[in-house]
Design a protein around this ligand. Structure first.
Ligand code: NAD
Length: 423
């Protein structure tokens, strides 16, 4: 359990989940285990008040966070989430998972994350802009192209990143495109970034399926969360011949054993805000999503969705964690015992930050790559990272999650050791 006074002590909280994952990797860290406690602390956590004037003239206050978990390997990197359930505990865990993820794919970054406790759907576009600009100003004391580089996460997108980039640039008196990634293309954004996380889920899923002899042609896929990550991954699996048999988001659950027609579902979600009401599927009870007949399950919504009880029910052979922290540690054990392969978040959804890294490099060099170059480099990095993790898992007979932590934590703690403890 945590030694920190301000975290959620409940066993299922995101930070508790992360700590349990760290405990599992310690026996595989060799002499570096003496530094393992480093992983259980965030370097820096900033809580900010974000007051904005609403369109009706009243003033509302929102709580914002930016957490830098570990900066031993480079500047902080990680998204910004707008959600009514955001807490410091959650942002700490998300920042820590970014440290692990960035090290797992060997990007020269530490881990960071941010968020505002707000339901953005209740705000007008102008209120959202004011919220984003004030939040950026408040966290401006710790972010920067060489310090900490935010990106999109749940309920944030390229427009939010453009406002963040503009606000930071105004405050420092120079256009600083490298301060955020996931920007619009004409503001230094990268081709391929919008779908990069979903593409990474597909690439790691394709490799994992090959290893367990699961044919993608005709494979049945269930996707929870049909936003940026879930819908992009669904499109790529669909393109590879798989059938998307179920989709769930905050508006409801839809199923079609013959496969959802994505060409009509995508515009329906864009126009109506969710999957509910889609004519080409049956509406299902939300809990029944976990019983759907499928080969591949892609959680791509929020943390803690796969509980031990749901893990006992799923019919999937392969779980691809598009979301961060979707599987509770007890559920991990159930899935392992049932022989269900889990490609963990810390490698599965690393495609987004990998292309964010490409974006940052392109911004610094002011030289931009083609989408084909980006997708090829992404594929190569993801496949190489997964192979290294798989070898580690085979060597120690451990899960892919613990193997990813082993590879990543060794890199983080080696940097820690080589830099030495200041002062
Ligand atoms: P998004 O805002 O585009 O989509 C989130 C989706 O989750 C929406 O479809 C929403 O309806 C659904 N959702 C929310 N609450 C739900 C609930 N209670 N039950 C079912 N569905 C629910 O966000 P995103 O960027 O796609 O992020 C999804 C997940 O992927 C998050 O865990 C995020 O941290 C992770 N992730 C995102 C990126 C990225 O590049 N955007 C990168 C790595 C990981």
């Amino acid at each position: 359990m945590s030694t920190l006074s301000y975290v959620d002590e409940s066993a299922d909280s995101p930070w508790s989940t992360y700590l349990a994952q760290v405990d599992r990797v310690v026996p595989y860290l060799g002499p570096l285990a003496r530094w393992a406690e480093t992983l259980k602390h965030c370097k820096r956590a900033l809580i900010v008040d974000v007051p904005i004037e609403l369109d009706d003239g009243s003033v509302a206050h929102y709580e914002g966070f930016r957490v830098q978990h570990n900066l031993s390997r480079g500047p902080g990197k990680g998204g910004v989430r707008y959600h009514p359930a955001v807490t410091l505990d959650e942002v700490m865990a998300l920042a820590a998972w970014m440290s692990v993820k960035n090290a797992a794919v060997n990007l020269p970054y530490g881990g960071a994350k941010g968020g505002i406790r707000v339901d953005p759907k209740t705000l007008s576009i102008k209120e959202l802009e004011r919220l984003t600009r004030r939040y950026t100003s408040e966290i401006g004391i710790i972010i920067g192209p060489q310090q900490d580089i935010p990106a999109p996460d749940v309920n944030t997108n390229a427009q939010v990143m453009a406002w963040m980039m503009d606000t930071y640039s105004m405050n420092v008196g120079a256009t600083a495109t490298g301060v955020v990634t996931g920007k619009p293309i004409h503001l230094g954004g990268s081709l391929g970034r919008v779908k990069a996380t979903g593409r990474g889920v597909f690439v790691t899923g394709r490799e994992a399926a090959r290893r367990i002899n699961l044919e993608l042609q005709g494979a049945r896929v269930a996707v929870q969360g049909f936003g940026n990550v879930g819908s992009s991954a669904a499109e790529l699996f669909h393109g590879a011949g798989a059938k998307i048999v179920a989709a769930q988001d905050h508006t409801g659950t839809i199923v079609n054993p013959r496969g959802l027609d994505l060409a009509t579902l995508m515009p329906h979600v864009r126009d109506s805000g969710g999957v509910a009401g889609f004519a080409g599927a049956e509406r299902a009870d939300d809990e029944s999503f976990w019983d759907v007949d499928c080969d591949i399950l892609i959680p791509a919504a929020l943390e803690g969705q796969i509980t031990a009880a749901r893990a006992r029910r799923t019919k999937a052979k392969l779980v691809l964690e598009g979301a961060n922290g979707p599987t509770l540690p007890a559920a991990d054990d159930v899935l392992g015992d049932r022989g269900i392969l889990v490609v963990p978040d810390v490698i599965c959804n690393a495609g987004g930050v990998t292309v964010s890294y490409f974006e940052w490099v392109q911004d610094f060099s002011s030289f931009f790559w083609t989408e084909d170059e980006i997708n090829l480099r992404l594929d190569k990095i993801m496949v190489g990272a997964l192979r290294r993790i798989w070898d580690t898992a085979d060597q120690h007979k451990i899960s892919l999650r613990t193997a990813t932590f082993a590879v990543a934590c060794e890199r983080i703690l080696m940097a820690r050791q080589e830099r030495g403890l200041y002062p």
